[in-house]
Design a protein around this ligand. Structure first.
Ligand SMILES: Cc1ncc(COP(=O)(O)O)c(C=O)c1O
Length: 412
């Protein structure tokens, strides 16, 4: 037993995934949707290994380096200047034009401030969008395997999720668009697409985006385009985006974040791009959830957008190098099957004979000290697979792979 946030939890420090269970919780009449929430298996494996000095933690999606100095300095400056007051609901006057300029340049078409709402992370942005769209009984169609938090936001709202798994054909992930729309019905409020994808690294091509947008327009279904890995793409400088093709009034809401492209995971800053007509509603939703993301953090965000291109280029080069390292190494392991990721910073691979990815991830953690996420965390389609985040120094990645080879490589 140990104490965590004042509550008694059971279980050991690692190797025991039961430790999240809260004992002697008071019996309150909490909502069924909340009682039914699934604990993320990514968090479970992280709990199992946290606190161990020998662990190379590759379970979460983040860089092992802190945010670059020029962004941290901007936050310090903003604090020194006294930017500690409530911000406007949809973003501070310094950040909104910076976002508009950034996106207009990136997508080669005007993206005006009235289409932007700043959020406290992409996670918060996704929750706001579900609050906007989903009534109990509605459904959202998800392209999977997918980062689990997206589905849970639908469930919190009392909605249903429908899963359309990507197909792995000739070593590449592919989306069957007919199957995607076969899953839609009169209660479908949105299609959730994450490209570049977590965990697969799938990058949706521009032609497929156009087909999906046309059909979504015709059926009045909102496309939620989670593009948080947009700049971390290894085919071209960035991934194709729905914002390249969407007209302002189109049913498209793009979710973005400072977390990945600028290594700002702990800052909790993101933004939504939506039709201008939704601005007032997004402002009210922000008001009633958080009343705006932290003021001085938003100032740092404006600096990241303005001065961050060289940093992004260097990050992308490092991740590309890491992707090549891991793809080359895993290609030689007979038990392992990997689809080469075109974007994001994950290797998602199947292990022959593995039918319980959580048990395998725990075995890997305990025997090698490498922390990877079980594929089942990303849905039933991910069972038998593992996800490893390669957003680390190349030398750290090599050490992790040396350790893994002992268990998964040919000599094992
Ligand atoms: C696909 C996807 N969307 C959204 C997020 C959330 O990002 P943020 O840190 O901005 O909440 C993540 C984080 O891993 C992610 O992988």
């Amino acid at each position: 037993m140990r104490r965590c946030h004042g509550k008694i939890i059971s279980g050991g420090f690692y190797g025991n995934i039961e430790m999240n269970k809260i004992e002697n919780a008071p019996i309150l009449r909490t909502r069924e949707q909340i009682n039914n929430l699934q604990d993320s298996q990514i968090r479970q494996i992280a709990h199992a290994g946290m606190g161990r000095d020998d662990v190379i933690a590759l379970w979460f999606g983040e860089s092992d380096e802190p945010t670059p100095t020029f962004i941290r300095d901007a936050a310090s400056r903003a604090l020194d200047e006294g930017h500690t007051f409530y911000p406007p609901n949809r973003g501070i006057p310094e950040l909104l034009p910076a976002l508009s300029d950034y996106m207009t340049a990136l997508h080669q078409r005007p993206i005006t401030e009235d289409r932007i709402t700043v959020s406290a992370s992409a996670m918060n942005g996704i929750m706001l969008v579900m609050q906007l769209l989903v009534d109990p009984g509605d459904n959202v169609v998800l392209v999977t395997p997918l980062w689990p938090n997206c589905a849970e936001t639908v469930h919190i709202m009392g909605g249903e999720t429908r899963r359309v798994p990507l197909d792995l054909k000739d070593g590449r992930w592919q989306l069957d668009i007919d199957r995607l729309f076969d899953q839609c019905d009169g209660r479908t409020k949105a299609i959730f697409l994450n490209s570049p994808g977590n965990p697969t690294g799938w990058v949706m091509d521009a032609e497929s985006q156009r087909i999906v947008l046309d059909e979504a327009r015709a059926r009045n279904i909102t496309i939620i385009a989670d593009e948080v890995y947009e700049r971390l793409c290894y085919v071209g400088d960035r991934a194709p985006s729905f914002l390249d093709i969407a007209e302002p009034g189109d049913p498209v809401i793009a979710v973005n974040s400072f977390s990945k492209n600028w290594s700002m995971t702990g800052w909790r800053l993101g933004w939504l791009t939506h039709p201008p007509s939704l601005g007032d509603r997004m402002g009210m939703l922000t008001e009633y959830n958080i009343a705006g993301p932290t003021s001085f953090v938003q100032h740092a965000g404006a600096t990241a957008l303005r001065d961050g291109d060289d940093y992004i280029a260097s990050l992308r080069a490092r991740y590309r190098q890491n992707r090549n390292i891991i793809c080359d190494r895993l290609a030689g392991w007979d038990r392992v099957r990997l689809a080469r990721p075109d974007g994001a910073f994950y290797a998602f691979f199947a292990v022959e004979g593995a039918d319980d990815s959580m048990a395998l991830a725990l075995e890997i953690l305990n025997k090698t000290g490498v922390g990877v996420a079980p594929g089942a965390a990303f849905g039933p389609e991910g069972e038998g697979w593992l996800r490893l985040c390669f957003g680390v120094r190349p030398e750290t990645l090599e050490i992790a792979l040396d350790r893994l080879e002992g268990l998964l490589g040919n000599g094992a």
